[in-house]
Design a protein around this ligand. Sequence first.
Ligand code: COA
Length: 92
Amino acid sequence: MGVFVYTRQESGVEIGYWVPPEYWTQGIAGAMIDAGLEMIPRLFTTDTLIAHVDPANAASGRVLIRRGLHLAGRENGLDRYDWQESPFAGCS
Ligand SMILES: CC(C)(COP(=O)(O)OP(=O)(O)OC[C@H]1O[C@@H](n2cnc3c(N)ncnc32)[C@H](O)[C@@H]1OP(=O)(O)O)[C@@H](O)C(=O)NCCC(=O)NCCS
């Protein structure tokens, strides 16, 4: 139904995702990213996730913004989005 990948980088863990066009706008990318935001910080003991998005790819930017990533700049023609886990995550 979709592909989700993650790669360790110097400044955090980079995520990437792909959903076949016939399944777009059903929340699949969002669900994969939600799972990644939950799992990756624990797997990699990092609190920083990164995504690079073509500025023309409005759906991809939206799915990230909705999950708390923010536009951090532009690198090699791509928008860079960052996410940082709250220092209070896991506290009750
Ligand atoms: C970008 C992509 C991953 C989105 O997958 P998806 O499963 O359709 O995403 P979701 O359904 O979880 O969420 C899509 C969001 O974008 C919105 N959206 C869809 N098309 C849009 C458009 N043309 N403009 C603005 N927003 C759009 C949807 O309304 C939804 O937002 P919402 O949750 O606020 O309603 C998918 O289109 C894809 O695989 N594209 C090709 C590969 C790609 O671009 N990968 C990402 C590289 S960074």
